[in-house]
Design a protein around this ligand. Structure first.
Ligand code: HEM
Length: 516
């Protein structure tokens, strides 16, 4: 703040206690709200009340506002001084800083705790990623969550510069020769723990819809091109996609069939060197702005995946969903779209294995973002229940509130620890081993995390009360999480189906001679 701030005694502040001349103290800072009172969203009279006008209103203030209110430039300007002999206690975080609230960070990021998985390089990487997300992505994320507009090209370009888009696809040949996060980690060292950090940090600063809007379609739609496309197709599509210049969506689900991929009705009929594709796709993340659609099609001898560029015959329509339209969720129609046969991804008729190969990574990614979003809710609830005074005491004095906190902390810690065990397995297994041994555990983990998320959303709503029902204000993160955590239970495979998959895989592996 550039203007000179004077020091005043409590007695001096107390003189300014009436309409037209009101000062208040919040955390040792003195605000002249005389002119602001009539514009105050909470009304003028609350500022003239006894115990507020001319007084230290820190406690009631934090019962009604998030700290960020005071950091907005238009309100910072209201500060005229500080209280003599007092120092502010509630300081904003520097971008990149870790929270000191218990359980607000994973244990590997908490001072005094140890980890078998992460190194100091992971820590350095995490700090850089958080700093970037907090300074560049978060403000844009907040804007786009509210407006429903696509994330700006400027932010996408900055992400591409650091190769964050490429890193969201995990370790692999697509990272070769790239400078990752300014060179903190070399492409050949980049493991799934690094990738997990990117997903988890993204979910700390973004709503569920923004996590998806920030090119989640590409993260799930590009791997079939990377792994199954011809070299020519790879060169045509991948560099532009990873540079954030072209967007990709995975177009599998239909109104006719979701988790039951074999029931799809979009058809591709061969005509010389071209496929002619007709059908519709629903719930396609990033579909409204995608340039390419990695599309599941029914072909003569089975199911085939084909990359369809946006062009004649391709139409996309925004679907209104419970979360923000920043995710670009679309209804896509293909009307006799002609695509070169060279755009086929994997063998004709063997598309199921192309799609299935994608699922584990996608589900693991949802586990990363979902568990991180839950952790943020735990932090919100811990902060709120210690600062909120009811019947003269903090909310944490109530055993019923502490029981809710215990439940949500246990769930997030269980999810995180299981996630890290699976991530470690992914680092040590080749692709075939991962498919064989991890599809079941990842399905079960995703079921556990998404179910825990909804339970935590319910508990958090009870902790925050009415504040959890408004889109802005104290409980805004709880409201958003409560409204959108259900997406984790559906996208990338419905929760119940995935739980069942885990059990079916286990049954398949039961030893023939196992008996009680
Ligand atoms: C520098 C001083 C203050 C500023 C800049 C300020 C600003 C705001 C803003 C922006 C809101 C809208 C809600 C939000 O965005 O969180 C709000 C709401 C409100 N404010 Fe203030 N405020 C100040 C002081 C106070 C004080 C001292 C009180 C009373 C003790 C108060 C009582 C309220 C109430 C009752 C609401 C409505 C809360 C709700 O809808 O839940 N404000 N204020």
């Amino acid at each position: 703040m550039s203007k000179e701030l004077k020091e005043y005694t409590l007695e001096e502040v107390a003189q300014h206690n009436k309409e037209g001349d009101v000062w208040i103290i919040v955390d040792a800072k003195i605000y002249d709200v005389s002119r602001f009172a009539n514009m105050h969203p909470g009304g003028a009279n609350v500022l003239y009340a006894e115990g507020v006008a001319g007084k230290d209103a820190t406690q009631p203030f934090f019962g009604l506002h998030r700290h960020e209110v005071l950091l907005r430039p238009q309100f910072q300007r209201l500060q005229i001084g500080t209280v003599k002999g007092q120092k502010e206690q509630i300081k904003p975080f520097a971008p990149g800083d870790l929270s000191k609230v218990p359980y607000a960070e994973s244990s590997w990021l908490t001072k005094g705790y140890y980890t078998p998985y992460y190194t100091d390089k992971h820590r350095k990487f995490q700090r850089a990623v958080r700093e970037f997300f907090v300074t560049v992505v978060q403000p844009e994320s907040d804007r786009c969550e509210a407006s429903g507009k696509k994330i700006s090209q400027e932010v996408v370009d900055k992400m591409a510069e650091l190769n964050i888009i490429a890193m969201r696809l995990g370790p692999g040949k697509h990272l070769k020769g790239r400078t990752l996060m300014g060179g903190i980690v070399q492409p050949e060292e980049f493991d799934y723990f690094y990738e997990g950090i990117v997903h988890q940090e993204l979910a700390r600063v973004s709503s569920r819809a923004v996590v998806d809007g920030l090119l989640a379609g590409l993260v799930i739609g590009l791997p079939p091109v990377l792994n199954f496309g011809s070299e020519e197709l790879y060169n045509k599509v991948v560099p532009d996609a990873l540079a954030g210049k072209k967007y990709v969506a995975l177009a599998i689900t239909e109104a006719f069939a979701g988790s039951d991929v074999s029931g799809l009705q979009t058809t591709a009929v061969r005509d010389g060197d071209e496929w002619v594709i007709t059908g519709t796709k629903k719930w396609i993340t990033n579909g409204t702005f995608a340039d390419y659609f990695t599309t599941g099609c029914r072909t003569e001898n089975g199911f085939t995946v084909i990359l369809i560029p946006r062009g004649p015959g391709v139409e996309t329509k925004q679907i209104k969903t419970a979360y923000s339209s920043v995710a670009g969720t679309a209804y896509v129609t293909f009307d006799k779209v002609r695509v070169p046969v060279a755009n086929t991804l994997g063998p004709v008729g063997k598309g199921m294995s192309v799609i299935l190969s994608n699922f584990n990574h996608e589900r693991w990614m949802v586990c990363c973002t979902a568990v991180s979003a839950q952790r943020l809710i735990v932090e919100e609830c811990l902060k709120w229940s210690t600062q909120r005074i009811v019947f003269g005491k903090p909310l944490t004095n109530l055993a019923v509130i502490r029981a809710k906190l215990a439940a949500m902390i246990s769930k997030v810690e269980a999810g995180q620890n299981w996630l890290e065990t699976i991530t470690y397995q992914m680092n040590n297994m080749n692709y075939a081993e991962q498919s064989d041994r991890l599809a079941g555990p990842i399905g079960l983990l995703k079921q556990f995390i998404s179910r825990s998320g909804r339970e935590t959303a319910e508990d958090a709503t009870q902790v925050f009360g009415g504040r959890a029902l408004t889109v802005t204000g104290m409980g805004k993160l709880i409201e958003n999480f409560h409204r959108t955590s259900g997406f984790d239970a559906i996208l990338a495979g419905a929760e119940d189906v995935l739980g069942d998959l885990g059990v079916r895989q286990a049954i398949k592996k039961m030893p023939k001679n196992a008996r009680l």
